[in-house]
Each structure stands twice: as structure tokens, then as C-alpha cells.
Design a protein around this ligand. Structure first.
Ligand SMILES: [Fe+2]
Ligand SMILES: [Fe+2]
Length: 309
């Protein structure tokens, strides 16, 4: 197999051709590849297959010299009854023109069976294009500066009971005990996910405010999924938790307690796609700082009460 047949990031020749002296290096199951563009990663919250938004965000990251983007679920570009291969290919070409790679964790709104038709590569990444890869649940990587990263996608749809299985809902959205076993219990610095741990006050206040408008069984189902995610979250005790799903921006540092220990985590939840929303962010791998921005790259801030402004 030549480099031509491999995803760009898996190809050693590509790595050699780049000036990687300032880059942090990403190690995963069997590969080491430079984190193209240095020490900063672009982050994107839910995008729900909104191609134009993804292009705008990738372009904005490109102007800032960012070449690796991680999307935090509800990617939605692989979706039935739409011409998804053409859309996906157009995004792949666009990313190639900008020398960028986009990796995503799965959300609830993905056609999981269709996604799973793409094989997982030897690096642990499921490439769905030359420049687009899915990070399966339990994926782990370590950067050359020692930062450890894991992914745990999936979440339960609060509106499951309005959806039809196989048309716009799939049982595989649910995090399973098998997923938690794959994730393991080794601590990480950064957890990439779609769902959010339990006990995040500003998110819980928001969810309480909309509770009366959602059918009870949907709430119970969604909460069951969040509890499952929380089990995985506690297993790996991240310093930084990056998520989406709730279409509501949150940025809080929380002290979590387990039976045996306590640990502090900064929980950053990105908003869904759209103008002037906290949908994007830049993660700096030197100090794990996160700058939340909108799709145009403008700062998106919360006030001291956690209220959007
Ligand atoms: Fe979503
Ligand atoms: Fe979601």
C-alpha cells in the first residue's frame, strides 16, 4: 500500500514533508503523526450536517493557522436520504485545500450503522474521507508533550419518542458498558465527548428551565444516557472535559467527588451551529487553555453568573 492509498495523517511520507519542529506530536494505537499546525486544535460543537457552517468554521480556523479540528458530535454529515457522499467529499476536498484534518466524536444524531460501515484503521481512527476521521468510543491518544486524550461519543436523544428507528434514530446512540470497558480507567487530561457529566450547575439550571416542555419519558431516557456517560467520565477523571449536545454554552470548573477521591474538571460545552453562538473554540495544548469563539472567530463570553452575553 502506498501513501496515496492512505489517509493523509497516517502517511509517514506526509509527516516527513512537513516542518514539524514546532508541532506537538499525536501518538495513538500504532501511529505517530504531527499535530499539523502546531500546538492548537480547533473545536466545533454540534453542526447537524450544516455544510456551510462547517466550511465557514474551518476557514476561520485556517486563517488562524489551525490545521486539526475536532468536532464534538452531532456531526450529521453521514445521514440517510441526503446526498451525503457528495457533501462529505466536498468537505474533504475543502479541508485538503486548506491542509486541514477534521476528527469527530459521534453524537446522538448520526446514522451509526452507516458510519460503522467505514473500517477503523490501525491507528484507531475510523477514516470516512482522506481528511475526515471518526474517533470511536474509547479512542485514546497521547501528545508528545505528555497530554493524554480520550474520546467517548454518544448520548441519548431527548426527543427519541418523536423519531423513527432507522430513519432518524438509532439505538447505537446509547453509550454501553462495553464502551466504558474500552475507555478504561487510566486518567486522561482531556476527554472529548458529546454528552456532559452530571452535576454541572449552569447546565442543570438551563435544563430545569425547559423541563416542563419535554415529555417525561424523553427526559428519563436522556438522563439515563447522561448517567452512563458520567460513569465513563469518572473512570478517566479528566482535567478538561469538552462536549456539545445541549446546544447551550457552558464553561465551569467543578469539583467532582467519588467514593475514593475528588478531582477538579473544567467542563466546556459548546453551543450548536449558527451565527454569533459559542460553537467554536481553540484548545491550546501547552496549558490546556480554551478560548471560546463564534464561527467568525469573535470571542464568545459568559458573565460571572454564567449567563451568555
Ligand atoms: Fe445536537
Ligand atoms: Fe446531541
Amino acid at each position: 500500500m502506498t501513501c496515496k492509498d492512505q489517509p493523509v495523517a497516517d502517511c509517514p511520507e506526509n509527516a516527513i514533508r512537513r516542518d514539524v519542529s514546532a508541532d506537538v506530536v499525536w501518538h495513538d494505537a500504532s501511529a505517530t503523526w504531527p499535530l499539523l499546525g502546531g500546538r492548537r486544535i480547533g473545536l466545533m460543537g454540534d453542526v447537524h450536517g450544516d455544510r456551510n457552517h462547517i466550511f465557514r468554521a474551518a476557514n476561520m480556523f485556517g486563517r488562524r493557522g489551525i490545521r486539526v479540528i475536532i468536532q464534538l458530535g452531532d456531526f450529521g454529515m453521514i445521514w440517510p436520504r441526503r446526498n451525503w457522499p457528495i457533501d462529505l467529499n466536498a468537505l474533504d476536498v475543502f479541508l485538503g485545500d486548506q491542509d486541514q484534518t477534521l476528527l469527530f466524536v459521534d453524537g446522538n444524531h448520526e446514522d451509526h450503522p452507516l458510519l460503522e460501515t467505514f473500517p477503523v484503521s490501525s491507528t484507531g481512527i475510523r477514516w470516512v474521507g482522506e481528511r475526515i476521521g471518526h474517533l470511536p468510543r474509547g479512542y485514546r491518544a497521547v501528545f508528545s508533550n505528555g497530554i493524554r486524550l480520550a474520546a467517548l461519543g454518544g448520548a441519548n436523544s431527548i426527543d427519541r419518542y418523536r423519531r423513527l428507528e432507522g430513519r432518524d434514530w438509532w439505538a447505537q446512540e446509547q453509550i454501553t458498558l462495553a464502551d466504558l470497558r474500552v475507555l478504561g480507567e487510566e486518567p486522561v487530561d482531556v476527554l472529548l465527548s458529546h454528552d456532559v457529566p452530571l452535576g454541572v450547575p449552569s447546565l442543570d439550571r438551563h435544563l430545569a428551565s425547559i423541563r416542563d416542555f419535554v415529555p417525561r419519558q424523553g427526559i428519563r431516557y436522556a438522563e439515563r444516557g447522561r448517567r452512563m456517560f458520567h460513569e465513563g467520565f469518572v473512570q478517566v477523571r479528566p482535567r478538561l472535559s469538552l462536549a456539545g449536545h445541549y446546544h447551550w454554552h457552558v464553561d465551569e470548573t467543578i469539583e467532582f467527588e467519588t467514593e475514593s477521591e475528588s478531582f477538579a474538571t473544567r467542563v466546556v460545552v459548546l453551543d450548536a451551529q449558527g451565527a454569533s453562538r459559542g460553537n467554536c473554540a481553540i484548545l491550546n495544548l501547552d496549558d490546556l487553555s480554551v478560548e471560546v469563539i463564534d464561527v467568525e472567530g469573535r470571542p464568545y463570553l459568559l458573565d460571572h453568573l454564567g449567563v451568555h452575553r
